[in-house]
Design a binder for this molecule. Structure first.
Ligand code: ATP
Length: 371
């Protein structure tokens, strides 16, 4: 059992004094000279939800997070927290805490001093501030380490001190800026589960920045995908994966084969689409008859050994990688080179084997609207 979740049962019902608040951006723009870092962005984070801002480097996600915190001021638009207009309020006047990528712990202070610093600065008596800090340290599984210096802790423990410090004033909104980037791969998975569990057990409103799509899929209630200072798509992890709004999102969220097809006819909500001689019935997603692009997930492509299957597309295995729980293939075919994943298979299909290709639409074949 991980350390934060093992203590989350200690959270007393109603222990959090404040109600979770919503966060709303209304046509918010941020310019730095000639650079538009965030371009007329609107979204709402509902109270008690964890929403991830996801996108490639430079897309504007950190600037968006810093505008929630009040560490950057909007050039245009309106920002509301808990329905209150905070657009022109400084960071100190917003009830928001941030966990930084670097953790930003004070190296010369003990763990307890780091966590009790915020309440002390707010004028709370030292004893009470320390009691508040001890409670939050217990919540993140660090009881017993309060006298140590940050340099005497592991990376994962330092991260939890940063979380305890952000939680100590029980902010209305908690912000995470790439919180896992200093941790190794195994720890990253555990800490992201810890953060998610804590967020849910305390009913916190969280905005979380990452460029790692797997991390975003794992922790989020909703994801805001950003591209070039704008929102490309907002949705639940499942919506983004199964119904990508455009080529960028299809490619960015999970692996996708982008395949050309022809939409033959629309009947109700379904469309008949032809791919290399095969016909599939798919949700039409407002696409019109004619050429369409499809996002096909790697496990939605089925490979049969041999070329004998009627109606299937003929392909050739060019590469096979055995990865334990799955096998990855590169397959050459008349509809393009395909990336295919098979789960639960013991022996990979050997290189150079002719295969017949078909599709399992329920595992992820989507028309990309407007592409
Ligand atoms: P990363 O993942 O690399 O941190 P990001 O998506 O968080 O990227 P931002 O840091 O929000 O992106 O930056 C968005 C754009 O604004 C970039 O083009 C960046 O160069 C620019 N930018 C950010 N901060 C400043 C600043 N203080 N002055 C000038 N330009 C800035």
């Amino acid at each position: 059992m991980n350390q934060i979740s093992s203590v989350s049962s200690l959270v007393r019902p109603g222990a959090s004094k404040k109600e979770a608040a919503s966060v709303e951006f209304r046509n918010v723009t941020k310019r730095y000279g000639n650079v538009t870092a965030v371009d007329s962005v609107s979204f709402t984070i509902d109270p008690g939800q964890l929403v991830t801002l996801l996108g490639p480097s430079g897309c504007g996600k950190t600037t968006t997070l810093r505008m929630i915190a009040g560490l950057e001021m909007a050039s245009e638009g309106q920002i509301l927290i808990g329905g209150r207009d905070v657009t022109n309020l400084s960071a100190a006047d917003r009830d928001v805490s941030m966990v930084f990528q670097s953790y930003a712990l004070f190296p010369h202070m003990s763990v307890l001093e780091n966590v009790s610093y915020g309440p002390t600065v707010q004028g709370i008596a030292k004893k009470e501030a320390q009691a508040m800090a001890m409670e939050k340290l217990s919540l993140v599984g660090l009881s017993g380490l309060e006298k140590r210096a940050p340099s005497e802790l592991s990376g994962g423990q330092q991260q939890r001190v940063a979380v305890a410090r952000a939680l100590v004033l029980e902010p209305q909104v908690l912000l995470f800026d790439e919180p896992l980037s200093n941790l190794d791969a195994k720890l990253r998975r555990r800490v992201r589960e810890d953060i998610r569990e804590l967020q849910q057990s305390l009913n916190l409103t969280v905005a979380y920045v990452t460029h790692d799509q797997e991390e975003a899929l794992a922790v989020s209630d909703r994801i805001i995908v950003m591209s070039n200072a704008r929102i490309a798509q907002t949705g639940t992890p499942r919506e983004l994966y199964e119904e990508p709004a455009d080529l960028f999102v299809a490619d960015f969220i999970g692996d996708a084969n982008i395949i050309d097809g022809t939409l033959l006819e629309v009947a109700g909500a379904q469309a008949r689409v032809q791919i290399g001689g095969l016909s599939l019935d798919l949700p039409h997603r407002s696409a019109k008859p004619g050429p369409v692009k499809l996002a096909v997930r790697p496990d939605a492509i089925l490979l049969g050994e041999g070329t004998s299957q009627a109606g299937a597309i003929a392909g050739l295995v060019k590469k096979a990688s055995y990865l334990g729980t799955l096998v990855e293939y590169d397959v050459e075919s008349p509809i393009g080179d395909l990336f295919v994943v098979q789960y639960g298979r013991k022996e990979p299909i050997p290189l150079g084997t002719p295969v017949s290709i078909s599709f399992a639409p329920q595992r992820g074949v989507a028309i990309i609207p407007g592409a």
